[in-house]
Design a protein around this ligand. Structure first.
Ligand SMILES: Cc1cc2nc3c(=O)[nH]c(=O)nc-3n(C[C@H](O)[C@H](O)[C@H](O)COP(=O)(O)OP(=O)(O)OC[C@H]3O[C@@H](n4cnc5c(N)ncnc54)[C@H](O)[C@@H]3O)c2cc1C
Length: 500
């Protein structure tokens, strides 16, 4: 007799969604989460009266969340309130220009007519092709594409997708440049390549359309980003799911080539019929399973994956309302610099001069996240930054980052912001690793480009250890709220197919 049917390691979005679905499907399921909260990168924490978001700051493509609740026979609206972020963002160009993008596509067209008249036709073509392509892709995010057979099945069920193949094989930059010529529009759409952890020159072309997806719905969950994983935990618990926080898994126990449980940090052993790991796939195989249970080719294959990039985050609490026009402010540098920061700096272990930032103002959507009259700003400044900067140490760099961040906030938010800052903390790649056990602070698991997506990524149904499953940013379509939620659905479907 095993203690559980399914042990899930990690309560990130890919772990908690899979766990809730396994519980709904009748499996006796437990989640071991080493941290003190669920959600991983999509979580929140409270400090000095403010609630900050760990990483993710916005939710798009909410159909995935809807679908998960439907799979559990529940209504999403009964568990989570999603506040629309409209306008979506303010853009600050490298030429000093500022403009604000409304959610409505027709209104956004009027903004582009004003700020980049030469790009109006390009934007209309971008939206026309993008909307048709998203329609053709439909619900494929939750469709498994991890083997050649699954890939072929998906293509035969979505034949019209073939028409848009060029956007799957092009780079993010080439998609951007196909539609946009104005330097700020071009940089702004290209910068979003880093949302998936790659420079525009290498990023996936399909993700060039994130700039359009935002107009189909951008939301912030009331209560902070943690409200999303917490809602999945709640519905999972209604089906008997057990979530044990502050419980670190050290080892996945393998017997006769099958995952049969885990050993926890305190040395205790918990047995199960299956194990689902939501941690970085390199850690899952090379540390938790261990090379002793892997064939040589498997060690080589998993070892060949590159980790995703790290980035510093800055959390700020202020005692006044910032004069910002939107929930997000995106400041962009020239496109070429955005690429150079990857090749000439990050790849060589040097911290680049920040040439872009993403500022989120969550109290605009939910004032309850700060004391009355106070506000929260979560700030991704610059990046990508190396995990081990040459001749430097992240702990030592912190004061300089704080100083630089304040200067940047004075520029993009208000000149006297330092008079209002009541709290400011930096989370470096090293802190990220300490907090989430994310190796080298990697923010999206493994690096994602055309050569490392879907069937080229670690398979959610392990090919090397039976009864071992994987979910999260290291699998399927990589990092992101909808993609990692979808990875949980895919992994739980494999479990149901194999053991239902
Ligand atoms: C700074 C930042 C900004 C982002 N912004 C957005 C955004 O605005 N919109 C968007 O869609 N996406 C965004 N993302 C991406 C998105 O948040 C992530 O891709 C997604 O949340 C990752 O989910 P995951 O399932 O891979 O799990 P993770 O978030 O990686 O969670 C893994 C969990 O496993 C736990 N764990 C690790 N090791 C162990 C162990 N040994 N034992 C037990 N537990 C363990 C960790 O504590 C963690 O809780 C952002 C990410 C970051 C980092």
């Amino acid at each position: 007799m095993s203690d559980y049917d399914v042990i899930v390691i990690g309560a990130g979005l890919g772990g908690i969604s899979a766990a809730a679905l396994c519980a709904k499907n009748g499996f006796n399921t437990v989640v071991f989460e080493q941290g003190d909260a669920v959600g991983g990168c999509c979580s929140s924490f409270d400090l000095e009266g403010y609630r900050f978001d760990t990483g993710a700051s916005i939710i798009m493509l909410t159909e995935t969340i809807q679908a998960i609740f439907e799979l559990m026979g529940r209504r999403m609206e009964d568990y989570i309130e999603l506040v629309p972020c409209d306008p979506i963002y303010q853009v600050i160009g490298h030429d000093g220009s500022r403009f604000t993008m409304p959610m409505d596509i027709a209104e956004a067209t009027s903004v582009i007519e004003r700020v980049a008249p030469g790009d109006v036709e390009g934007w209309k073509e971008f939206t026309r092709i993008g909307l048709a392509m998203l329609d053709a892709i439909g619900d494929t995010m939750m469709t498994p594409m991890n083997t050649l057979r699954e890939m072929a099945r998906m293509q035969s069920e979505h034949r019209e997708m073939v028409r848009y193949m060029e956007y799957f094989v092009r780079s993010h930059q080439s998609v951007t440049q196909k539609f946009f010529k104005h330097p700020v529009m071009e940089s702004f759409v290209a910068y979003q390549s880093y949302y998936a952890g790659a420079p525009p020159y290498l990023g996936l072309g399909i993700l060039g359309f994130v700039a359009l997806m935002q107009h189909l719905g951008s939301y912030y969950p009331r209560g902070g980003m943690i409200a999303l994983p917490a809602s999945l935990q709640k519905v999972g618990e209604e089906f008997g799911l057990e979530v044990r926080k502050g419980t670190k898994v050290e080892k996945i126990l393998v017997e006769g080539g099958r995952a049969r449980g885990v050993r926890l940090e305190d040395g205790s052993v918990v047995s199960s019929k299956m194990v689902l790991s939501n941690t970085n796939a390199k850690v899952t195989y090379l540390k938790m399973v261990g090379p002793e249970h892997l064939k040589r080719w498997a060690i080589k294959a998993i070892g060949s994956y590159e980790l995703s990039m790290p980035i510093p985050m800055i959390y700020v609490g202020i005692d006044t309302a910032p004069p910002l026009p939107a929930h997000h402010t995106i400041s962009v540098g020239p496109l070429e610099q955005t690429n150079r920061n990857w090749y000439d700096y990050y790849k060589r272990g040097i911290n680049p001069e920040p040439c872009g930032s993403l500022l989120s103002w969550p109290t605009e959507s939910d004032p309850g996240l700060a004391p009355e009259g106070h506000h929260v700003l979560n700030f991704v400044w610059g990046g990508p930054d190396p995990y081990a900067p040459l001749g430097e140490n992240w702990d030592r760099l912190k004061p300089a980052i704080k100083e630089g961040a304040i200067k940047e906030l004075e520029r993009i938010v208000m000149p006297d912001i330092s008079d209002h800052i009541k709290f400011l903390e930096v989370s470096t790649p090293l802190d990220f690793e300490r907090r989430l056990l994310s190796p080298q602070g990697a923010i999206y698991g493994l690096f994602l480009d055309i050569t490392s997506m879907s069937l080229f990524r670690p398979n959610p149904r392990s090919r090397v250890v039976k009864d071992l499953y994987l979910s999260g940013a290291s699998t399927c379509m990589g990092g992101g709220v909808p993609t990692t939620l979808a990875s949980g659905v895919i992994a739980s479907n494999y479990i149901l197919a194999d053991h239902g």
